[in-house]
Ligand binder design. Sequence first.
Ligand code: NAD
Length: 358
Amino acid sequence: MPSRILVTGGSGFIGSAVVRHIIQNTTHLVANLDKLTYAGNLESLASVNASARYCFYHVDICDSGALDLVFAEFQPTAVMHLAAESHVDRSIDGPSDFIQTNIVGTYSLLEATRRYWSGLSVTEKSAFRFHHISTDEVYGDLEGTDDLFTETTPYSPSSPYSASKASSDHLVRAWQRTYGLPVLVTNCSNNYGPYHFPEKLVPHVILNALAGEPLPVYGDGSQIRDWLYVEDHARALVEVLTKGTVGETYNIGGHNEKRNLEVVEAICELLDELVPLEVDRNQARSYKELITFVKDRPGHDRRYAIDASKIERELGWVPQKTFETGLRKTVQWYLDNRQWWQRVLSGDYRLGRLGSDL
Ligand code: NAD
């Protein structure tokens, strides 16, 4: 029997990849529940919009009454919870939305889920899943060069964003211990790929380079992140949802530790090949000339790296993209899909907001 999956935040970067993956590669039904903040873009779902297995609810996860209506109407067999405020810099400038959506919103979604779940039959109750999608940033940062985050690494978040995600992880686990809600938690490293909002490092660098603008790098660019192609993450999430053991946590990562400066330079090298700059006085030019070092972010974590051996061993998931193949695909996507990001930059993507408002 196909599952009926309620995806929160399905219009965001990772959520839309999850929705596209489920509609295109499985027989499951999907309801996308999204508030459509600045980060939500229905144009990222154009390829699945016409599917009879897809529907959209324009709802805030903090709105308990609206959540009850969605649960009653859609009758999900699983929830995948991705809705969140997700940008660290924004959380430093204004933490309030992060506390509201990531903590209070997760609480109100857990309670709506529990109300609905309590009314299911015994068999439906045990088959139900609440999958909470979180980040490796809850673990804080790593000092040693060989250390890796495992599922048992103690939490030590540094930013308002990661602290709010850590809080939501604790709430989800408490709802299992206290009420028996069948939960799964995943903590993933930095994602990159198509449909990424231009404020994030990879698309920001691609689009600034194409515009001939400076490519800002925090501090000396030596911060290390573990990069995962977004479609590999979407596939991992569906594996965990369908095959994961209730109550377990799975770390998801790409085995691609790169310094931020290396990432920026790799993008420049791809652009040098794909859209070369004009030769100036017989001198070949590179997009790397645009790299500019800027004042570091306060509390900036130095290194994140994931030990993904548990999901590989227990569920047989491995990333299909290397950093080189994934980054090439990503840069090519931004070159081929100018309309998508030009409408984001102009704000026009916020005009076409159709769906069932509750
Ligand atoms: P995103 O910012 O691109 O998308 C977030 C989505 O949530 C948007 O569609 C937005 O409209 C929606 N949303 C925000 N507040 C809402 C609310 N109150 N009610 C309903 N919808 C709301 O984020 P993303 O990068 O796709 O991340 C998705 C999830 O994955 C987040 O929970 C994030 O913490 C986690 N995560 C992200 C990364 C990454 O590298 N981007 C890595 C690991 C984990």
